[in-house]
Design a protein around this ligand. Sequence first.
Ligand SMILES: C[S@@+](CC[C@H](N)C(=O)[O-])C[C@H]1O[C@@H](n2cnc3c(N)ncnc32)[C@H](O)[C@@H]1O
Length: 272
Amino acid sequence: MEVPNHKNVIESNRQAWNDSARHHQDSPDWQALLDEVTQADFSCLDDTLRGLLEQLGVDGQDVVQLGCNNGRESLSLFALGARSVIGIDQSAAFLEQARALNSRSPHHAEFIEADIHRLPAPLLARFDMALITIGVLNWMPDIGEFFRHVAATLKPGGRLVIYETHPFLEMLDPEAADPYRLATSYFRAEPFVQEQPIVYVGKVEQAAAKSYWFVHTLGAIFSAALDAGLNIAHFREYAHSNREELYDRYLDQEAQVPMCFTLVAEKTQGVV
Ligand SMILES: C[S@@+](CC[C@H](N)C(=O)[O-])C[C@H]1O[C@@H](n2cnc3c(N)ncnc32)[C@H](O)[C@@H]1O
């Protein structure tokens, strides 16, 4: 398979996510969200992420969410006491939705359009906490480079919090004739390429820009964090799913696979 260079992969992913935005806005969930964000204590975070953030303490913190999509998670951070929240995403179409939610919220986040690999200088060394949630790491063609950019947003002593899908799940194909057979290598180097719109439920049979989903092993993720000057302070794997419903078939198995993980890493004092 011929994979374009990283710059073109990132650009193609940007176009695919921009196209995806209208499919998400068509859902009844969007209408509900427009109402829900008007509440000062609005939160769409699940118990795992909320529990972890409560334990770490978000109160009074300046937080950045990288790959914030429609901003609903960014806005949820105010209910935990965040002092300021900035959401970064390279999809202008999703940021338009984020700004629509922001305008209805009693809180005021800021949403900035940027490729994480080309962050504007005012975003560097600025945050107490950087948040990454489900479905961000796998769009990154070079995980080492990605972590260096993420680390650059933090003040010394600042913390990166990740709540992501587990790379083990990439070995399984929930739509295969035998969804329990290992379908692909844990060490797969080439990305999965999708040519249809990115939607969370089902499939839309239309052409869209190609999107490139890269598999990063846990080892690659840990090494990337450490190499970027981020000391891993917490890592935990879970049996519940934070993925599309399709993956729910792997829940509650006797031989349970890991479905998601949380990781917290602290920027070494003195590294800017
Ligand atoms: C699966 S969504 C994240 C969803 C989020 N966890 C939520 O529940 O709202 C992934 C997001 O990453 C963004 N993204 C992908 N590559 C990016 C890049 N290089 N720079 C900035 N954002 C990027 C996409 O535009 C998309 O909005």
